[in-house]
Design a protein around this ligand. Structure first.
Ligand code: NAP
Ligand code: G4F
Length: 376
């Protein structure tokens, strides 16, 4: 298959570099005019997808998002938020759809953010999690490889598609050392963590096998007012808002002593883009280096709203996991040194931002019942 995107990328890089290419006459005039970088984001309807799309659009990228399903309600929300983003259909379970998407979009960069990302669901639907979160990475890499005409005997040329994989600190699981660096061994504790470790090693393997520019960002927990209602930060910010506004009196939670390195999602998506802008493909740990417990989070969130969490929080065994990750803490020194990346929003600012947003959401006509969150 002729790698059309190779022509486009080379035309774009050539024009950017001011070079003259003898074959440029074969490139349609519309392509010559279209010199902005083009990014394809899988998982664009998720938390990170929306922030990344906003960030890349602001950087002058033409942004495409892969969306799945018929009448996906999150597509309408995304449209309201990001009118400029172009959409292409595809599913991480469907190899052909990914090849068609890469062929159609002809991206310079692919950010693979799509996944089943809720850890408890990965025990309930372990096979599906392996298929989407693990094998889905293989399918995206294969789509890029096939569309680019890359094989064991044919390396990617200049202007190749650059690939970012959303790896996770959940891979460290039962941690061997603290804080965790790029060298810390993995010991995943959930089917989700195992699937992410597969995607991580596969990305490294495609880099080593085919010379592809393929990198993984090992991101620690990052949150925002756009976080899914089932994750603990958002469950708590919504819970605080519901208690404060009188919708509910209780918030039921699991393990309050678990510790995470929580940062702001808007800060973290910039690291993804910086990783693809490097001269060499290298994996990085991205986090704040500061860890807090769920109890600290409760203290911060309820106090922000003038409440005492001890009056409202009930622990419920239904939310205890079959195997827990007790404590995660990043050592982001390499990202700071080589990418110049640093988080801007502190834990306290993040929690305040989320509680404030949910108070506003629910008090401005948002129906509390729409935000019941997880029912595990
Ligand atoms: P999220 O809000 O749960 O978004 C997941 C996205 O994946 C959604 O857009 C969803 O689309 C899409 N998706 C699910 N199954 C799919 C399939 N079969 N085909 C195509 N798309 C599919 O996740 P997030 O918090 O933005 O995280 C983004 C990525 O970073 C994920 O891979 C996550 O595992 C990873 N990560 C997140 C964190 C964090 O703290 N947020 C930390 C480390 C790593 P629909 O709208 O169609 O469901
Ligand atoms: O918010 P969580 O569900 O996030 P978790 O499991 O750390 O996973 C998130 O971060 C990963 C990066 O490390 C991502 F890869 C993954 O996709 C996801 O974004 O739970 C955080 C902690 C856990 O220890 C959990 O046991 O909070 C504890 N927790 C206590 N009560 C609870 C609850 N978590 C949830 N979701 N709901 C509770 O009621």
């Amino acid at each position: 298959m002729l790698p059309r995107h190779g022509l486009v990328s080379r035309a774009r890089s050539a024009a950017r570099a001011g070079a003259r290419w003898s074959w440029c006459s074969r490139v349609p005039a519309t392509w010559e005019a279209d010199l902005s970088r083009r990014a394809l984001i899988t998982g664009i309807t998720g938390q990170d997808g929306s922030y990344l799309a906003e960030y890349l659009t602001g950087q002058g990228y033409e942004v495409w998002g892969l969306v799945r399903g018929q009448q996906n309600p999150r597509v309408r929300q995304l449209r309201q938020l990001l009118g400029e983003v172009k959409l292409v259909r595809g599913d991480l379970l469907d190899q052909g759809s990914l090849i068609s998407a890469v062929e159609r979009v002809q991206p310079d960069e692919v950010y693979n953010l799509a996944a089943i990302s809720y850890v408890p669901m990965s025990w309930q639907q372990a096979e599906l999690t392996g298929d989407v979160t693990g094998l889905g990475v293989l399918r995206v890499l294969e789509a890029i490889r096939v569309c680019s005409g890359i094989s064991a005997s044919r390396s990617p040329g200049r202007g190749q598609i650059r690939f970012y994989q959303a790896s996770s600190s959940e891979m460290f699981g039962m941690v061997r050392e603290s804080p965790q660096t790029e060298q810390t061994p993995f010991h995943p504790r959930s089917p989700y963590g195992v699937a992410k470790a597969y995607g991580h090693f596969l990305t490294q393997n495609y880099r080593e096998s085919y010379g592809m520019f393929a990198v993984s960002g090992i991101l620690f927990n990052h949150e925002s007012p756009r976080r899914g209602a089932e994750f603990v930060t958002r469950k708590i910010s919504l819970g605080v808002a519901k208690v404060k506004l009188g919708y509910e009196r209780q918030l039921r939670l699991g393990n309050l002593s678990a510790r995470r390195d929580w940062g702001f999602a808007g800060d973290y998506v910039t690291a993804m883009n910086l990783m693809l802008g490097q001269d060499e493909p290298v994996d990085y740990v991205v986090g704040t280096g500061v860890t807090h417990s769920v109890e600290d989070l409760l203290e911060q969130a309820f106090t922000f709203a003038g409440l005492d969490w001890r009056d409202h929080v009930v622990t419920d065994a239904a939310f205890i996991r079959p195997a827990e990750v007790d404590k995660l803490c990043a050592d982001p020194a390499a990202a700071r040194e080589h990418l110049g990346w640093e988080p801007k929003i502190t834990f306290e600012e993040l929690v305040g931002m989320m509680v404030e947003a949910d108070l506003e959401l629910l008090s401005s006509g948002g129906d509390a019942e729409d935000w019941v969150g997880d029912a595990w």
